[in-house]
Design a protein. Structure first.
Length: 464
């Protein structure tokens, strides 16, 4: 039997319902990592700012559950900090939050035999391939990763492992993602030591709650349960039309500037779809750039068992990551260094194609079957040991529509375009607008919140 979680909210406002027309200096659309940073920085800059969020919680794609039975925070969105990005670690320090190293062994499992493969030589070869990729991405014409890797002299085993990494880590398709963006991302990751991973002891939501708490009178500067349906604008002014998710009441907010921090999937949503935002007039360059990028899909599931049965196998007892050739959930990880009967299954890139339309219970069954094959345990025993499964279908979430963005071959300039203000009135932020190689990350989203706030403050000050 599984117990799927209900929504656990962070500190929030109730829908006011009564206000129909208000005026502020700046409206921030979205209260995820980018939106919360922009809200706080604009507030600190003395700007009259209001944030609008469609969900009943802050955090966006950061979604942490605090189930006492789990013993640890359960992350349904981002879990790891890759390396030591200053955007996150500066906040952790100021909030007295604890980050701890992910430790343990990363094992490659031969799915056919269930045996752990000695892949030291293979891993070293993949590292060399990625070094060559960086050079090619910086010096050669941009092309899809699949075309580039096929042209190399590496063995099929090395190509397959590198392809699995690129698709799994970037939630991308090998025949779409470009080597130029992969080279940029790899350089950026190396610069912050992203070969080491960390978790936030108190949960990722504690980081975002700290940012929100830095807003003076925060509860008065956030509207939750409000969907932005339309932004009417002209240079120097805008009207944001919202509708309550609870009562259906309409609220209009007049302002001088708008910071849009919704995910790329929402920017790409067809007109009329739930969560889609109409712009009048349309910012053509922005919407055109948004169509050039891709939004990857991920199915992530957390399984909590009665006991960590895999630790009874000596070769798996210290495992942190398990990599395999499973078609649906090829990647798994434990909570190491913490020992707890919880594992996370990860399906990204093209792997989740056949999972996206399945029900939650069907996804749980598929994950159990996958983990049983990898660990060579009887699937019926895993069902008996399972206490809970935690899952959020981001592809069905109208305010996300997927996981995170990536750049197709030939589209590297699209992120740069998204980061440009439109007539000093519309500003766009969020991980899809990050231009230095940290797209698809929480720290990347945060950096764009800082950037958009600085752009707005500069414009309001009259400086150029």
């Amino acid at each position: 039997m599984t117990a799927l979680p209900s929504v656990v909210c962070l500190r929030h406002l109730c829908d006011t319902g009564g206000v129909t027309d208000i005026a502020v200096d700046v409206v921030v659309i979205g209260a995820g990592a980018a939106g919360l940073v922009a809200l706080r920085e604009l507030d600190r800059g003395g700007v009259n700012v209001l944030a609008i969020e469609a969900r009943n919680r802050i955090g966006g794609r950061v979604f942490t559950l605090h189930d006492p039975a789990a013993g640890l925070p359960v992350e349904l969105g981002p879990e790891f900090i890759h390396g030591r990005p200053s955007e996150i670690f500066n906040e952790l320090k100021s909030a007295n939050l604890a980050a701890y190293d992910v430790s343990g062994e990363a094992l490659d499992i031969d799915t056919a035999t269930g045996r752990v493969r000695d892949d030291e030589g293979l891993s070293e070869a993949v590292d060399r391939l990625m070094d060559d990729l960086v050079k090619a991405g910086e010096t050669e014409e941009d092309q899809p990763f699949s075309e580039w890797v096929a042209s190399t002299a590496y063995s099929n085993a090395v190509k397959q492992r590198a392809t699995s990494f690129v698709e799994g880590f970037n939630a991308a398709r090998r025949d779409v993602i470009g080597i130029a963006s992969l080279a940029l991302d790899t350089r950026a990751s190396d610069a912050i030591g992203a070969d080491r991973n960390y978790r936030i002891f108190q949960g990722y939501d504690a980081l975002l709650q700290h940012i929100f708490n830095g807003v003076t009178g925060a509860n008065d500067k956030l509207r939750l349960n409000r969907v932005v349906e339309q932004v009417e604008w002209k240079p120097g002014s805008a009207t944001v039309h919202t509708r309550s998710m609870l009562t259906g009441t309409v609220e209009t907010i007049r302002c001088r500037k708008v910071v849009v921090t919704v995910p790329l999937g929402v920017l790409q949503a067809p007109p009329g779809d739930k969560g889609a935002i109409r712009f009048n007039p349309e910012p053509a360059s922005i919407l055109r750039a948004a169509t050039m990028l891709r939004f990857g899909q991920v199915v992530r599931i957390v399984l909590r068992f009665r006991e960590p049965f895999w630790e009874s196998l000596q070769e798996l007892s210290d495992a942190s990551f398990l990599f395999s050739q499973e078609p649906l959930f090829p990647t798994w990880w434990t909570a190491r260094p913490v020992r707890t009967p919880i594992v996370v299954g990860w399906s990204a890139g093209p792997n989740p194609d056949t999972l996206l339309d399945r029900s939650e219970s069907e996804i749980v069954d598929a994950a159990l079957a996958s983990f049983a094959r990898i660990t060579r345990f009887d699937a019926s025993r895993l069902c008996d040991l399972l206490e809970a499964a935690y899952l959020h279908k981001w592809n069905d979430d109208p305010f996300a529509r997927g996981a995170y963005s990536y750049v197709p071959a030939g589209a590297l300039d699209a992120r740069e375009t998204l980061a440009l203000p439109v007539a000093d009135t519309l500003y766009f932020a969020g991980e899809a607008t990050e231009t230095t190689g940290h797209g698809g990350t929480v720290n990347g989203a945060m950096s764009t919140g800082f950037r958009a706030a600085a752009q707005v403050l500069t414009s309001l000050s009259g400086k150029t």
